[in-house]
Ligand binder design. Structure first.
Ligand SMILES: Nc1ncnc2c1ncn2[C@@H]1O[C@H](COP(=O)(O)OP(=O)(O)OP(=O)(O)O)[C@@H](O)[C@H]1O
Ligand SMILES: [Mg+2]
Length: 298
């Protein structure tokens, strides 16, 4: 600041003070000038243009998330393979697992659908337990897919609420990697069905579904896909899906389906594709075996 500047400010201050005295009220020039300056310096942030970052930070892959940050997921105790690994039921799933992984002839089926004649025969329960049982093996990875787009329920067994899933993928709305969920079993992943769509048969019978199954099967040697299917006598897509998969496990619930309907279902699905039949709820048949099991294995 020069001498002249200092002089000029003193004069301005003096003049303003005089004005104040003259008016005896209100705001003088300095006060006005300061007030104006203050107002001009106020930055109205809400009027500033919002600038998005040029590139969003990449999503962290599931595998990168440290294990200790993953919350403990609750699961339904009906998953006996996890809740009661020493039980006869869990042992039965190991037998089924061995029959699938080590067939007497030909290669092991890698895409396997669980179906039955009618609803409520135990398909979901058996799919989930079988998938967990295979994934608990040394090398095998399993993707459990809920293909019951009408009454999805696999996610509930694994402790999840409503979520997006297969129908979004088949409709081209979401990427597969954004839909697959982890479960309590490290090598078992879950693809839930998603919200009930208007056209479940069309989605499941689509080429997208066929190529999805082919890709999952062909890309990884150690990966198995277990499909929780729909009842074959009630929905159209079961017989179409039967053509897309390598093998079928057919569930028969004790005292539920008539013999001729079961036979018709098996014929429609294709006898060659049936890799096993599960008699669900036939307690009587292994009551004797249970006794021996307890005796030898505690
Ligand atoms: N062996 C069994 N013992 C006792 N309860 C069983 C048994 N198998 C299945 N259930 C029960 O029966 C009900 C139907 O089973 P689940 O949902 O697995 O059948 P589903 O064939 O998948 O039915 P949907 O066709 O409606 O999908 C469930 O409450 C399940 O817990
Ligand atoms: Mg079911």
């Amino acid at each position: 600041m020069t001498k002249d500047d200092v002089e000029r400010s003193r004069c301005a201050f003096f003049e303003a003070a005089m004005n104040l005295r003259k008016k005896g009220r209100g705001m003088g020039k300095i006060a006005e000038a300061l007030e104006k300056h203050k107002k001009e310096k106020v930055i109205e942030t809400e009027k500033l243009p919002f600038q998005k970052p040029e590139k969003l930070p990449p999503k962290r892959a599931a595998a990168e998330i440290p294990k200790d940050l993953v919350p403990e997921i609750e699961y339904d105790p009906k998953l006996v393979v996890l809740s009661a690994p020493e039980s006869v039921d869990a042992e039965n799933f190991k037998v089924l697992r061995a029959q699938i992984l080590f067939p007497k002839d030909g290669p092991a089926p890698r895409t396997i659908m669980i179906t039955s004649t009618f609803p409520g025969e135990g398909k979901t329960l058996i799919s989930a337990n079988l998938a967990a049982s295979i994934a608990l093996g040394i090398n095998e990875h399993v993707l459990l897919v809920d293909c019951d787009l009408r009454r999805p329920s696999v996610h509930k067994l694994f402790g999840y609420g409503a979520c997006l899933g297969l129908c979004e993928y088949l409709a081209g709305k979401e990427r597969l990697e954004d839909l697959i969920m982890r479960t309590k079993v490290p090598k078992l992943s879950l693809l839930p069905a998603g919200p009930v769509p208007a056209n479940p048969s069309e989605l499941l019978s689509s080429n997208m579904m066929r190529s999805f199954l082919e890709e999952v099967r062909d890309r990884y040697d150690d990966r198995y896909v277990i499909i929780d299917g729909t009842p074959s006598q009630v929905t159209a897509e079961t017989n179409v899906l039967a053509q897309y998969v390598d093998g079928i496990i057919f569930v028969i619930r004790a005292e539920k389906s008539p013999r001729d309907t079961i036979q018709r279902s098996i014929e429609n699905l294709g006898r060659k594709k049936i890799r096993g039949i599960v008699f669900n709820g036939y307690n009587q048949s292994y009551r004797g075996y249970k006794k021996y099991y307890k005796k030898y294995y505690g």
